[in-house]
Design a protein around this ligand. Structure first.
Ligand code: GMT
Length: 372
């Protein structure tokens, strides 16, 4: 099939899933055309059957804001005609599904099918905004097929919007050839010395991630366990988190690394992942951590319980309950046998339920059903 994918190219879960999906589809022989204003950040190696089309923004004095939605729609229509796209798959409802819809309507004598995958904040934050609710609902209903990344998000979307079609839940996935624990012992020891435990958090540091709770939980853990915290990523809450670590006098043990590309290596150095979000539709980063043998302590919120198994691959705690999160963290990190058992269960759970070879055929079926 010839498949177009439009997504955000920046550091964030929906762009990661879109890129990983495209790479998996290309390796299965489909032609995949990414359409965005920049190259998606995980699309950094040349791969057969993958093409990138950059959307150029038009500037004009009367445009207060450059109209990205329209430029993207125009580009999708051009690419669809030239490359004979069967499908355009929009990741994140706004604005991608709107551009896909416009492109489909522009090509009236050409049968382009649209798929929208809902990722989370496009529904729980952006879509709920009273100014965007009606257009989000319209886009969902206009899409030829809608998928969502967890049962939670599917339920939530149906509850909040007047949806006139089924929404298929298709979980996020990992490529287990890449997401596996590497031997990073030497790097870890050269950076932190022997005998230290390493805790990690990776995100885009948005308010929904409750970054302060990561720092507070770490503060409580480091009082009892000799450990360091790796803060990976960047975003609006980074400065506040840095200040909190300074105020708590733990800044020498908290390392703000900024955006990083070699996530697998960082996870392979780590013993525990903290995901303290207010909500997560899925929590892809928790899955990536588990696949690399890192148990996860997370909020019992949104779709996270569909990914993290309480007591097996980590622990789920009430949102904001940093004391319980820290208590579980201390229990795991002080008991090497328990840590290694949880590591194994994490890898097993990720491999049994969320591998690309299980999930990609579900997307392929969605496409096939639309074009036959
Ligand atoms: O919140 C983020 O990290 C970014 C956001 C996005 O759309 O880029 O992530 C959402 O999509 C991910 C991929 O499907 C999910 O794993 C995340 O849970 C989801 N984030 C939220 O729901 C807050």
């Amino acid at each position: 099939m010839n498949i177009g994918i439009c997504c955000y190219p920046t550091y964030g879960g929906s762009g990661v899933v879109a890129t990983e999906l495209g790479m998996e589809l290309a390796s299965r022989g489909h032609n995949v055309h990414f359409i965005s204003y920049d190259q998606p950040f995980r699309l950094n190696n040349y791969q057969r059957n993958i093409y990138f089309h950059e959307v150029e923004l038009v500037d004009y004095p009367v445009f207060i804001h450059k109209p990205y939605l329209l430029a993207l729609a125009a580009k999708i229509a051009q690419v669809a005609q030239r490359e004979k796209l069967d499908i355009i798959h929009a990741h994140y409802a706004i604005p991608h599904s709107a551009s896909a819809y416009l492109a489909r309507e522009m090509l009236d004598r050409y049968d382009l099918k649209t798929v929208t995958t809902l990722h989370g904040t496009d529904i729980t934050v952006v879509g709920k905004n009273p100014q965007l609710k009606n257009i989000t609902e319209f886009m969902i209903n206009q899409s030829d097929c809608v998928t969502s990344v967890s049962s939670f998000l599917t339920r939530h979307t149906k509850q909040f919007f007047n949806v006139n079609k089924p929404i298929k839940t298709i979980y996020n996935f990992i490529n287990i050839d890449r997401f596996k624990r590497l031997n990073a012992q030497n790097t870890r020891e050269s950076l932190f010395g022997t005998g230290k435990k390493i805790i990690i958090h990776i995100s885009n540091f948005r308010p929904v991630k409750r970054i302060d709770d990561v720092i507070k939980t770490f503060d409580l853990i480091q009082r009892e366990v000799d450990c360091h915290l790796l803060m990976v990523g960047d975003g609006p809450e980074r400065n506040n988190a840095y200040k909190l670590a300074q105020d708590l006098n733990i800044i020498s043990k908290v390392h703000f690394l900024g955006k990083q590309t070699d996530i697998v290596k960082l996870l392979s150095m780590s013993d525990l992942f903290l995901l303290t979000s207010d909500t997560e539709s899925f929590g892809l980063v928790a899955l990536e951590a588990m696949a690399c043998g890192v148990p996860v302590i997370a909020s019992n919120a949104g779709g996270i319980p569909e990914v993290v198994k309480h007591g097996h691959t980590g622990y789920l705690c009430d949102i904001g309950d940093v004391h319980t999160m820290a208590r579980h963290g201390i229990d795991i990190l002080k008991d090497d046998e328990k840590l290694s058992e949880m590591r194994e269960k994490s890898v097993e759970h990720a491999r049994n339920n969320f591998t690309a070879d299980k999930i990609i055929p579900r997307y392929e079926n969605v496409y096939k059903q639309l074009i036959t």
